[in-house]
Ligand binder design. Structure first.
Ligand code: EAX
Length: 323
């Protein structure tokens, strides 16, 4: 008895019990591989949280959908059974409908435009909308500019898409737009996509070059067309309950760590975009680089009119004209 008390006392004096008890481990998930723009986002975030909280908080990343697809992970974060996730915008409107507007095709001129909108007042106002839904949205990140792949034929004009069966994200704006292009849409969680492509359940899919490379879709898709039809944001989401438990300085540490994660994430997207076509060609893909975007835009006119009604023309223009 006395001995164990003595041992305990020594432990306390050494700070062993103290530091062990104070360390909290949190989980963060992504649906794609670690070697990716999302992997570097969560790895950087984890490293920065640990550094900025002097090791009192540790973040453990889970990759490749090992905790579930994006929708499931966001649900878990909302319920508080998982602390953090980094997701594409895909399933996000099912939780915060205001974010739908960001997934409108050909909304952003380029990545610089999208990043400026997300980092500026429009994006920051939208992050605040997550508060009342059980989340703390730490920062917008990036999934990237999406392009189309398929196993059937080289696509160079919207007519070529007619009747192609394509997996889409579980996002109502995407589904409406692709239907408008004549695509047969099949919404599906990302972890199922490789097998669906391999088995021919669907002919194609659309994703940024970063995702196509990280997921080795070149092994199951012959044709890639640089449609650049939509910009897909990413987002760092934290359970509101977990965030609210943090002290003020730790809250700031998590927010700053997310910013560092986004920097690394966007830099990797730029690298992937720069080398993607060469790399995917070298793996055997047939790449159509030049498409007539105006044709896609005009084919989407009826769908866009619908979006204007739904989201407000002024709101869409505010994003389009943001400098
Ligand atoms: O987050 O579901 C998708 O197509 C996403 O772009 C992918 O999971 C990366």
């Amino acid at each position: 008895m006395r001995l164990s008390k003595l041992v305990m006392g020594l432990f306390l004096a050494g700070g062993f019990v103290g530091s062990a008890a104070a360390q909290t481990t949190m989980r963060i998930s992504i649906s794609i591989a670690q070697n990716s723009h999302q992997g570097i986002a969560v790895d950087t975030f984890a490293k920065e949280v640990e550094k900025r909280t002097a090791g009192r908080y540790k973040v453990q990343p889970f990759y490749s959908g090992s905790l579930g697809g994006e929708r499931e992970s966001i649900e878990a974060v909302q319920l508080g059974t998982q602390e953090l996730t980094f997701s594409s915008s895909g399933p996000v409107p099912n939780f915060v409908p205001e974010t739908k507007i960001l997934d409108i095709p050909f909304l952003f001129r380029d990545k610089a435009h999208a990043r400026a909108v997300l980092d500026g007042p429009i994006g920051q106002e939208m992050l605040a909308k997550f508060d009342s839904k059980g989340f703390k949205a730490l920062a917008w990140g990036e999934n990237g500019i999406r392009h189309m792949t398929n196993s059937k034929r080289a696509v160079s004009a919207p007519e070529d898409l007619k009747g192609l069966k394509m997996r889409t994200m579980e996002n109502p704006v995407h589904v409406a737009a692709y239907k408008g292009l004549g695509i047969v849409t099949t919404p599906m969680a990302f972890p199922e996509v490789f097998t669906a492509l391999q088995q021919g359940t669907v002919d194609g899919q659309e994703n940024p070059l970063s995702v196509i490379m990280a997921s080795k879709f070149d092994q199951v898709q012959k044709h890639l067309t640089l449609t650049g039809h939509v910009y897909s944001p990413g987002i760092f989401l934290m359970s509101k309950a977990s965030f609210d438990k943090l002290g003020a300085a730790d809250k700031q540490a998590f927010l700053d760590a997310a910013k560092e994660g986004v920097k690394a994430n966007r830099a990797r997207v730029d690298e992937d975009d720069a080398k993607g076509v060469t790399e995917l060609r070298s793996k055997g893909m047939n790449v159509v680089e030049n498409v007539d975007k105006a044709k896609f835009v005009s084919m989407l006119a009826p769908v866009n009119a619908e979006f204007e009604k739904q989201f407000g023309k002024a709101n869409i223009e505010r994003i389009r004209n943001y400098k």
